[in-house]
Ligand binder design. Structure first.
Ligand SMILES: [Zn+2]
Ligand SMILES: [Zn+2]
Ligand SMILES: [Zn+2]
Length: 171
């Protein structure tokens, strides 16, 4: 894939990064955030954790666990599934990777938000890209609806499928 260098400001990562954006920058920034976050928490981004995150950072499209296994060290023998699952679990717990329930897949988080924050995943049906929109208004509404039902939300996640801004322009 052609990679065009474009102006990229880390402070304003678009919900749907433009095709041809500087993705090397996205992935190296996200890897740096991961390193820093692990460092702060006294945890280690071990080689397998780094490889799993690296596989997910190849794009903004979610990957299933088996696709991740195929991409992690393709030259070497495939790691045991449990090793990959454990690495995914670690990355999820630290807010570096999200699980997209409706796709049974995982996507790297390229935003900096709290691990427990409500995230709205916007999933493009055409290109498969997953955008992350966070809205404190939506979070507040969900929280009060849950509270009114006497329900304690654990992992508030909203998934919406549709057509992204870039695919929408093409049709
Ligand atoms: Zn990118
Ligand atoms: Zn995120
Ligand atoms: Zn799209």
């Amino acid at each position: 894939m052609a990679r065009v260098k474009t102006a990229h400001n880390k402070a304003e990562v678009a919900v749907f990064p433009a095709p041809g954006h500087d993705h090397d920058r996205c992935s190296s920034d996200a890897m740096a955030v991961a390193e820093a976050r692990c460092g702060e928490r006294g945890q280690r981004l071990t080689p397998i954790r780094r490889e799993v995150l690296g596989a997910l950072l190849e794009s903004h499209q979610p990957l299933g666990a088996y696709e991740i296994m195929e991409r992690v060290s393709p030259a070497k023998p495939r790691p045991a599934p449990i090793t990959v699952y454990r690495a995914l679990e670690f990355l999820r717990e630290n807010g570096l990777v999200h699980r997209i329930e409706s796709r049974n897949a995982f996507v790297a988080c390229v935003h900096t938000h709290g691990a427990g924050d409500l995230v709205v995943f916007l999933i493009c049906e055409r290109c498969g890209t997953v955008g992350e929109a966070s809205s404190s208004e939506v979070a507040g509404t969900v929280r009060s609806a849950a509270a009114a039902a006497g329900f304690t939300p654990k992992s508030p996640v909203i998934e919406i499928t549709g057509i992204c801004t870039h695919c929408g322009k093409k049709s």
